[in-house]
Design a protein around this ligand. Structure first.
Ligand SMILES: Nc1ncnc2c1ncn2[C@@H]1O[C@H](COP(=O)(O)OP(=O)(O)OP(=O)(O)O)[C@@H](O)[C@H]1O
Length: 591
């Protein structure tokens, strides 16, 4: 929690300071009121008191109360501002931090957990600051100030107050001990519920198609009832707090009056009136002490949950992204004038926790403008090889060079500016066709892609026709995940996005699989003509997609089992021959 509070800025600290002053003023005003009550009591008990005598202290009490209300409104305003600003900063910080995560860092937490942490957990913290900050400041000031006021006013009363405070402390500590572990579980169960809901919503079509509604809702019921039961236990314990506090404060009041009755009874006649006044004042101050503890109880209600949330948030804020980039590559000297040369030297990768390597001893060199293709059975390591160029993972052995320099020497921005990547499953964001193709170019290059650039790219990617047929053309809305476009259309838009940036390297991760053969052919012809100088790395399942590549690498179980051109491999590589003959007839292959 304290670690997070360091994220408060100077302006917020100033507002906290102002709040402390106003809270102290408020407490002073509240503690001043019993003094006038004592005056009033004594006047009422004395003979010859007129209405005017009572009116003056009465009006002062009213005035003090009004001032106290004003002070509390001011404090409320500042505290709400601090809480909202603090929560907004935490949201931004966690978003920025997560943006820097490598995919294995995201996996470490899971997406649903990251979502709960950066929304629900931050809301807990915001509530704590909004409600708890006042209580944290006010409770000790009220308690200590009220205790100094009652000190020396009668040891019997002080002892009774001391016992009440001790009982309260024990009660609050016990509750905290019972509830704290439960809230840890609650946040984990919230992650779980979030995961099931998310999975269900993303896979809703499959759930319907397989009549799996009951299966899914049973899963949800289980997670839901676990969460409900844990929450119920925690809140039932906390529900005891209010009646407990009332019982203690009422017993204290009763004790103060009982003790007072005995003491006054035993005192001499002349002492009785001042003792009575003392008792009234004492009981007011004793209530203030209890009020201080009541405020503390607010913290006790919020604290167990908020410490769990703070720890969970700290965990995501403190993760060092596992892929590190140098800050700048401005002075990076490449050994060649050519652009887009990729070289793998004995590259291997073993995923964390995996038993065997996903990729072993992969070596190849792609010159500027060349096409290198990967083919192989599923799980053979094709996507892994491609993702190594993007630094989704870092190779565990060997090295990868781009234009003669180790990729780890490039800054993230420079590396990504060189590459246009089209993933296996096209990713579209809600917005418009234009915003999906531009995707941040406006911010990166300080000028958005022009319509001509976008239309040219759409044309090359065989996407122009269907986009222009849409009612709003480039401004046609794109739903979340691009759900209002077909698989092949999404794929072509993703290709457009990559090529519109005119990168030096294009990485296609099975990006042609959603296209029909004719479109696939036209698109590749366009790329060959218009992106002659761009190096292309293609992962594909279809032989026809890669047959004109300069170099084809055949992977099997992470190992290179063939490397050469289509003709060479067809002549002497068994694995390649098997793939080729399973897709095309001998006549087609002979063409
Ligand atoms: N993030 C990951 N963590 C652990 N293992 C992984 C991860 N990604 C892939 N693998 C494993 O590495 C191996 C290679 O996977 P990869 O995705 O590179 O295969 P692929 O040839 O592209 O397969 P496909 O054609 O089905 O896409 C597989 O056995 C896979 O289970």
């Amino acid at each position: 929690m304290f670690k997070l509070l360091k994220r408060l800025n100077m302006h917020e600290y100033q507002m906290i300071f102002i709040s402390v002053i106003f809270i102290a003023l408020q407490v002073w005003l509240e503690l001043k009121i019993p003094d006038y009550m004592s005056v009033l009591t004594q006047k009422l008990e004395s003979s010859g008191t007129t209405t005017a005598d009572i009116l003056a202290p009465g009006l002062i009490m009213l005035f003090l109360s009004v001032l106290s209300v004003i002070a509390s409104v001011i404090v409320g305003y500042f505290v709400a501002k601090i809480a909202a600003g603090f929560a907004a900063r935490l949201r931004k910080d966690s978003f920025t931090q997560i943006m820097n995560y490598a995919s294995q860092d995201i996996k470490q937490f899971s997406v649903p957990s990251l979502l709960t942490r950066s929304t629900n957990d931050i809301t807990q913290l915001q509530q704590f600051v909004a409600m708890g900050l006042q209580a944290i400041i006010k409770a000790p000031i009220t308690t200590i100030w009220a205790i100094t006021k009652i000190a020396g006013k009668g040891w019997q009363w002080t002892t009774a107050t001391g016992i009440a405070v001790a009982v309260l402390t024990i009660m609050l500590t016990l509750m905290l001990l019972l509830v704290q572990p439960k809230f840890k579980v609650v946040q984990k169960l919230t992650d779980n519920l979030n995961q099931i809901t998310r999975e269900n919503l993303t896979g809703i079509k499959v759930v319907h198609a397989y009549n799996a509604e009951k299966y899914q809702s049973d899963k949800l019921d289980q997670a839901n009832s676990q969460l409900t039961n844990t929450n119920l236990f925690a809140y039932r314990v906390l529900a005891l707090m209010n009646p407990g506090m009332s019982l203690i404060s009422s017993t204290l009041t009763l004790s103060v009056y009982t003790i007072g009755a005995i003491v006054i009874n035993q005192a001499a006649q002349a002492q009785r009136l001042p003792l009575f006044g003392n008792m009234i004042v004492f009981s007011s101050y004793a209530m203030q002490v209890i009020m201080g503890f009541l405020l503390l109880s607010i913290i006790f209600v919020l604290l167990p949950r908020v410490t769990v949330s703070a720890n969970r948030l700290n965990e995501i804020l403190n993760v060092e992204p596992s892929i590190k980039y140098p800050a700048s590559t401005r002075n990076l000297q490449t050994s060649t004038n050519q652009k887009g040369i990729i070289e793998f030297k004995h590259v291997g990768l073993k995923y964390k926790g995996a038993e065997s390597s996903a990729l072993t001893n992969l070596s190849f060199k792609a010159q500027q403008g060349q096409t290198v293709a990967f083919i192989g059975s599923t799980g053979s390591g094709k996507s892994t090889a491609l993702q190594l160029i993007l630094r989704v993972h870092d190779a565990t052995s060997g090295e990868i060079l781009i234009d003669g320099k180790d990729i780890q020497e490039y800054s993230e921005e420079n590396l990504n500016n060189k590459i246009g990547y089209i993933p296996q499953r096209a990713v579209l964001f809600s917005g418009t066709v234009r915003s999906n193709i531009d995707l941040g170019e406006s911010q990166n290059k300080h000028s958005p892609l022009t319509d001509t650039e976008i239309l040219t790219a759409l044309d090359i990617a065989q996407a122009k026709d269907f986009v222009l047929q849409k009612e709003k053309g480039l401004d046609e809305p794109v739903a979340q995940h691009g759900d209002n476009f077909s698989g092949g259309q999404k794929q072509r838009l993703a290709i457009t996005r990559a090529i519109a940036r005119k990168p030096e390297i294009l990485l296609f991760d099975d990006s042609f699989s959603a296209l029909d053969y004719a479109t696939d052919r036209k698109l590749r012809d366009n790329l060959a003509q218009k992106f002659k100088n761009v190096t292309k790395i293609i992962v594909a399942q279809r032989i026809s997609t890669i047959s004109d590549a300069d170099q084809i690498i055949v992977l099997d179980n992470g190992k290179v089992v063939g490397q050469g051109t289509h003709e060479q491999l067809l002549k002497n590589n068994k694995v390649y021959q098997e793939i080729a003959y399973s897709q095309l007839s001998k006549e087609e292959l002979a063409k």
